[in-house]
Design a protein around this ligand. Structure first.
Ligand code: AMP
Length: 144
């Protein structure tokens, strides 16, 4: 849980204005104040936690249910050709606002935003060992 009230909680509470595009009981979506592209939208669960893994499955479900329809609508309205869903967890991952959120970033061919990261080489033995280590945790669940 975050210490104090995040700027997004203050937006949700109506203390700070935003350009709202969608709201229900669990989720608020509004335009990013510094958009990477027209229509850049933030989708925010109303309960404030720092990281994705701190949300309940129900809260993640509430976000997941609206992400696709919202992205489709944003693409339709902006005339974009695609979109990125970006979700940063922790300072090391570039998260600035400590209230979990999803970016919907409309994209066009040649828009200059870029997205490629520097992939690392990893041998099959390393991959197999790491996969086995991660898979050994039985409590991840998620159904069948
Ligand atoms: P992140 O780096 O994933 O934490 O992204 C935080 C995002 O929140 C940035 O893209 C900011 O431009 C955006 N942001 C910060 N304050 C506001 C605000 N008051 N209204 C809308 N977007 C905001």
């Amino acid at each position: 849980m975050s210490a104090g009230k995040s700027i997004f909680s203050r937006i949700i509470a109506g203390e700070i204005p935003c350009h709202r595009v969608f709201e229900n009981a669990h989720v608020l979506a509004f335009l990013d104040i510094h958009p990477l592209a027209p229509g850049h939208t933030l989708v925010v669960p109303k309960r404030e936690v720092d990281l994705l893994d701190q949300l309940t499955p129900e809260e993640i479900g509430a976000v997941a249910r609206v992400l696709g329809p919202l992205a489709r609508r944003i693409v339709q309205v902006t005339g974009a050709a695609g979109y990125n869903i970006l979700q940063n967890n922790g300072v090391a991952a570039g998260q600035e606002v400590r209230h979990v959120h999803f970016h919907i970033i409309p994209r066009r061919v040649g828009d200059g935003l870029g997205y490629r990261w520097n992939a690392r080489e990893s041998g099959p033995d390393d991959l197999a060992a790491l996969a086995a280590k991660i898979a050994a945790e039985a409590s991840i669940g998620g159904g069948a």
